[in-house]
Write a protein of this length. Structure first.
Length: 259
């Protein structure tokens, strides 16, 4: 992983794999703003609404730095790869890539309840000038960042069944190992953008498996003081069939729900 600057997006990104970067962090003078739809919308419709909002805010399309997707059900590895190719084409058409590298962080999960029937956009994050959009004198503005979702793979770049941690096993002990593997990834990505657990404002876990066996013993201790903020549990599956646990992190300057 390498930290690179987006010359037009006003953020730095930690390189990841083809479909997404590992993390993004706002440049000085800018903040990350997260916008969430009340209900997920078909993801191309979501991109059209993102484009309209960027125009309304007077921001370039390159200000889009993170996307949260929802899919109806986990995909086989090849299906996931095929979906990524289509998704990445949209980002390329938006001229977001930096020297051929995808800078946009992403989380993509399949809710464990009905309500998502096609690949959809759940939320997205943009960079905004701090002084223009948060004109609050005397307010300390923290560093803002998003750490992309990571599932229970030994190597996030190895999209194959061989990389799955404890495949076909969701026993309490297996879930502990899966969670620890993903926590290691989160910690490495935080370090890659120069941040620490105590700067995390929101930690999100995506699984349909019980968390009681790992929450107090493994998850909360690793979060340190960030655990005071709590952990958000989304009853969802990672986007690849066979995975059982995913996690992402963020600390943004503002969050809004939009129609």
């Amino acid at each position: 992983m390498e930290l690179q600057q987006h010359p037009r997006g006003n953020y730095h990104f930690l390189t990841g794999i083809a479909p997404y970067s590992s993390a993004v962090i706002a440049d000085p003078g800018y903040t990350l703003a997260r916008f969430e739809f009340p209900q997920p919308v078909p993801y191309q419709t979501g991109f059209a609404r993102i484009a309209a909002l960027l125009e309304q805010l007077g921001r370039p399309r390159q200000a889009l730095c993170a996307v949260e997707l929802r899919i109806p059900e986990p995909l086989p590895f090849q299906g996931f790869i095929d979906f990524n190719q289509e998704y990445c084409t949209t980002l390329q058409e938006w001229d977001i890539y930096v020297d051929g590298v995808n800078p946009v962080a992403r989380t993509n999960v399949a809710p464990g309840i009905e309500g998502v029937y096609t690949a959809s956009t759940h939320a997205f994050t943009l960079t905004l000038p701090t002084a223009q959009h948060l004109p609050l004198a005397g307010v300390v503005r923290p560093v803002t960042f998003v750490v992309a979702g990571a599932g229970d793979l030994r190597d996030q770049a190895d999209l194959s069944t061989a990389a799955i941690v404890r495949p076909n096993d969701t026993s309490p002990d297996a879930m502990r190992v899966k969670a620890e593997t993903v926590l290691d990834v989160m910690e490495a990505r935080l370090a890659g953008i120069g941040c620490h657990w105590n700067q995390v404002a929101q930690a999100n876990v995506y699984t349909v498996e019980p968390l009681d066996s790992i929450m107090q013993s493994h998850l909360l201790p690793r979060l340190g003081t960030a655990a005071i903020q709590g952990v958000n549990w989304y009853y969802s599956r990672p986007p690849i069939a066979g995975l059982a646990y995913e996690m992402d992190l963020r600390s943004v300057g503002m969050e809004l729900r939009i129609e």
